[in-house]
Design a binder for this molecule. Structure first.
Ligand SMILES: [Zn+2]
Length: 288
């Protein structure tokens, strides 16, 4: 038996064992129905090989792999945060990945937006990122859209999405995404990065504090990356945290950072969990 075949056998057995343990821990169903096929049996040999290092995690396993393979995720903005988010989600095997960005790649993007290369300057960011992601994982359906999410088109863009990851760089877009996700009941991961610091938060509409609950109004004179600057690895850290939150929300493998946010100061290497609650008068989620 080749190393590859024996490794696949090992992971298939392991995934089946994890799935059966989960089945044993699950409450008894009310009616006697035939048990579902073990999740591991639904993964191909190639999938078991590709996702071996996450399948082997006790928190992940075949059930989480199948959950992410069925997920429709929309990434809003394929720049500093959106490129690590999209790369990790495609690598992890998300089913369908929508990429939304109205802009073209610029030379000043390349130090931090790692899916765009020098020959891509002038190419739409959504197309540039999609091309790389199709090489990274051909099993993922990647759909690029060169469009800006605004109040008027948000509901249509969210149609059929299970999760939105907001990697935009403007407060207007963030509030539009938050309102649309609350209205549609679509889970959302918000984040922002500037200089050497950033934040990330997960939102389950109607269940946890939304972005507007936590930040009722945009700061009057918030600096932008173009003016204040940002270091590539800082964007990479925040984008990676955002991808991790997305994977938690899709699979439930660990509690998401909800009802508040994670404040990350990379100059002092401090991570601070800031708690917040839903607001009854929130215009976006108060009536949910
Ligand atoms: Zn709210």
């Amino acid at each position: 038996m080749s190393d590859g075949a024996s490794r696949r056998g090992f992971f298939r057995d392991l995934a089946a064992a994890v799935a059966s343990t989960r089945d044993a821990m699950a409450p008894e169903p009310a009616a006697a129905e035939p048990p579902p096929a073990p999740a591991a049996a639904q993964l191909s040999d190639a999938e078991i090989e590709r996702y071996a290092r996450q399948l082997v995690l006790p928190e992940w396993g075949a059930a989480a792999q199948l959950a992410i393979s069925e997920a429709n995720v929309l990434v809003v903005g394929v720049g500093a945060l959106g490129t690590p988010v999209a790369a990790y989600l495609a690598g992890a095997g998300v089913g369908r990945l929508g990429l939304l960005d109205p802009d073209d790649v610029e030379l000043s993007n390349l130090h931090r937006q790692l899916l765009h290369f020098t020959p891509d300057v002038g190419v739409p960011k959504a197309e540039s990122a999609a091309a790389k992601l199709r090489f990274l994982n051909p099993d993922v359906v990647v759909e690029p859209y060169q469009v800006r999410l605004e109040e008027e088109n948000a509901a249509a863009l969210l149609e059929g999405q299970d999760l939105v990851v907001d990697c935009s760089d403007s407060f207007a877009t963030r509030y539009a995404v938050n309102a649309a996700c609350c209205a549609a009941g679509v889970r959302l991961v918000e984040a922002g990065v500037l200089g050497l610091s950033g934040m990330v938060m997960s939102i389950k509409p109607g269940r946890t504090a939304c972005y507007r609950c936590v930040f009722p109004v945009a700061p009057a004179d918030a600096p932008r990356c173009a003016d204040a600057g940002v270091l590539g690895p800082a964007a990479g850290v925040i984008g990676s945290l955002q991808a991790l939150e997305a994977m938690k929300l899709v699979t439930g493998v660990a509690p998401a950072v909800a009802d508040g946010f994670l404040q990350v100061d990379l100059a002092s290497a401090e991570f601070t969990r800031v708690h917040a609650s839903r607001r009854a008068d929130c215009p976006d989620c108060g009536t949910l």
